[in-house]
Design a protein around this ligand. Structure first.
Ligand code: DGL
Length: 272
């Protein structure tokens, strides 16, 4: 049994492309439709109500395209809106928080994990809960780092300014006596700063993101539900944005290079 319909991906903007890239690498036969709500990004500083409403409007667009499953690649939306989204759609809806939490728990040896994310993600304590569900004996230090997304959106991924912001943002976690041995990047944009983050936290702290573990969770979801794509058919990929197509393409090209799929403009109800 196979299912050639595409998998839908949703993020507030371009950051979720880091998850999409990992999925395409791991599941090369699957077709995908990615929607970035760039017109209303960032979601991180918004209220929970707004995050829930915007997320539903975007997932409606994906559902209209007859997707067989949806990955909410946005941490903020996964943290705040996932239960509502699962009520609203019949297809399986996968978030990134639980896979990310599982990966972090498996990476930590001293059971002390630091989590960074947007204000809304940290305020929800979704990562704290998910890590405790996985292993209640883990110490979780959560910390909002709202300065990082604007840097990535501006295309600033390295250099002295990035290092300064990172040092300042990570200091409360690194200097507080938490003695973390694992740092979980609880935001789609942060893997784009991985190089700079690794240089600052040093070799003794494992840096974990949600992309690889979400791709694994998606692979088993497809298998369990008999939704995997047929292997003999060339997959198709399309990327949609509610915002500026050219700006979206800059980051998509950086992540996907030559194989970057076409980017189309789309309107979500309520988005400009
Ligand atoms: N996609 C968001 C997340 O993973 C980051 C960007 C935003 O604030 O919208 O939390």
């Amino acid at each position: 049994v196979s299912d050639a319909r595409p998998i839908g991906f949703f993020d507030s903007g371009v950051g979720g492309l880091t998850v999409l890239r990992e999925v395409i690498r791991r599941l090369p036969h699957e077709s995908t439709v990615y929607l970035g709500d760039n017109a209303r990004a960032p979601y991180g500083p918004r209220s929970d109500e707004e995050v829930r409403a915007f997320s539903s409007e975007c997932l409606d667009v994906l559902a209209e395209r007859d997707v067989k499953a949806i990955v909410v690649a946005c941490n903020t939306s996964s943290a705040v809106a996932l239960p509502d989204l699962r009520l609203r759609y019949d297809v399986p809806v996968l978030g990134v928080v639980r896979p990310g939490a599982t990966a972090a728990v498996l990476a930590s040896r001293n059971r002390r994990i630091g989590v960074i994310g947007t204000n809304a993600t940290i305020r929800s304590h979704a990562y704290f809960q998910a890590i405790k569900d996985e292993n209640p004996f883990v110490d979780v230090a959560e910390h909002a780092t709202p300065e990082l997304v604007p840097l990535v959106e501006a295309g600033q991924l390295e250099g002295p300014v990035v290092d300064d912001v990172l040092r300042r943002s990570l200091a409360p976690l690194l200097e507080s006596g938490h003695s973390i041995d694992t740092l979980l990047l609880g935001c789609t944009h942060y893997p784009l700063l991985l190089h700079a983050i690794r240089a600052i936290v040093g070799p003794d702290i494992a840096v974990v993101d949600t992309a690889a573990s979400t791709a694994s969770a998606l692979a088993s979801l497809l298998e369990v539900n008999a939704l995997a794509a047929p292997t003999g058919v060339a997959p198709g990929h399309v990327q949609l944005t509610t915002g500026d197509v050219a700006a979206f393409r800059v980051i998509a090209d950086r992540l996907f290079g030559e194989s970057a799929p076409p980017v189309e403009s789309v309107a979500a109800a309520g988005a400009a």
